[in-house]
Design a protein around this ligand. Sequence first.
Ligand SMILES: C[S@@+](CC[C@H](N)C(=O)[O-])C[C@H]1O[C@@H](n2cnc3c(N)ncnc32)[C@H](O)[C@@H]1O
Ligand code: SF4
Length: 375
Amino acid sequence: MKIGVYVHIPFCVSKCSYCNFYSEVKPNLINDYVLCLVKEIKRECDKYKNYKVNSIFIGGGTPSILPSGCVSLIINTIKQNFCVLPDCEITIEANPNSINYTNANEWFNCGVNRVSVGVQTTSNRLLKLIGRAHTFKDFLLAINNLKKVGFKNINADLMIGLPRQKQGDVKNALKYCFSLGLTHISAYTLILEENTPLFNKVKNGELKLPKEEKVLGMFNYLLKQTKLKGFNRYEVSNFAKPGFECKHNENCWNMVEYVGFGCSAHSFVKNFRFGNISNIENYIKQINNNLSVLEFKDELTKEELIEETIMLNLRTIKGINLENLKQQFNYDLLKVKTNEINELLSYGLISINNNYLSATNEGFYVLNQIILKLV
Ligand SMILES: C[S@@+](CC[C@H](N)C(=O)[O-])C[C@H]1O[C@@H](n2cnc3c(N)ncnc32)[C@H](O)[C@@H]1O
Ligand code: SF4
């Protein structure tokens, strides 16, 4: 059985104005935290003896700010305590201002084979506006260092729909992603998260978000350009050169089990979803006292599993494997939702081919409505 391993690094050098992911600016806790992570991995690994690891993802927060030796320690601990497949994808999330030749070299040498760089935009004006701690030049230097040490599989996270963002900004970001030979692009439409500084600025009128048509225009531009340059859209927000689709992402959308380590990390194992506490100090205290760090653990019912499978599968280009759904859950989607499916087919929002039901390009624009109809 396959499993993915996720490791959460909840530290950043500063908080970006739009972000509500769990991370804190507490550099003095990093070393203790990493030691606790290693303890957690070692004490939990016995539960996963029958699994083979096909993906390891060190995410954050900002894993690239870890001090020298930490990433190798984490990867080596996983390799020593899990059965890691030889072709395992090992990704690290990194921010441009904390990638240098030395840490990139350490990652490469301990087996990291994919780097996901948080570029967001190449416009210094926008980077400053959204509180990013890096500049366009940092991005160029970072990619240069990654390539110099040998990385061949590099992703750029881009954001669409930022305040004051224009199509020219997206054009420029893509120009550099293409000319630098990146293999993967994730393009996320800005979600205005409550209780973030950006949310408050938009609420009090200090900043305006671009209109929906404008955001759509920028996204359509990105769709066209990525296609022209040989990237395949394999999920709503993800584009890859052939063979560079991200296994970590594919695991999530295909309901492959995964185990998460670290503060606020989530897991999905044997139909249970569970997650660790979201407080770094408490996490360290609990681990050092050999106590549980579990915050919640829920067993999914058969209905919930079906819903999640439909929702996650629909995000992908392939879509839902109808035969799998029948075999795994004894659930015949075509029979249960005949009217809804016929309606969606007549609008051209979904298609059915070789036992897969998937959203069409038009359908991807209204994916949430399609999901609502089908679950
Ligand atoms: C959790 S972050 C971690 C990566 C790294 N810390 C960074 O920011 O570059 C992963 C990605 O999520 C995206 N993201 C974060 N907050 C978002 C939001 N409010 N709306 C849309 N995308 C967001 C960004 O593109 C970011 O690169
Ligand atoms: S660097 Fe990434 S995780 Fe950290 S605050 Fe910014 S968006 Fe959030």
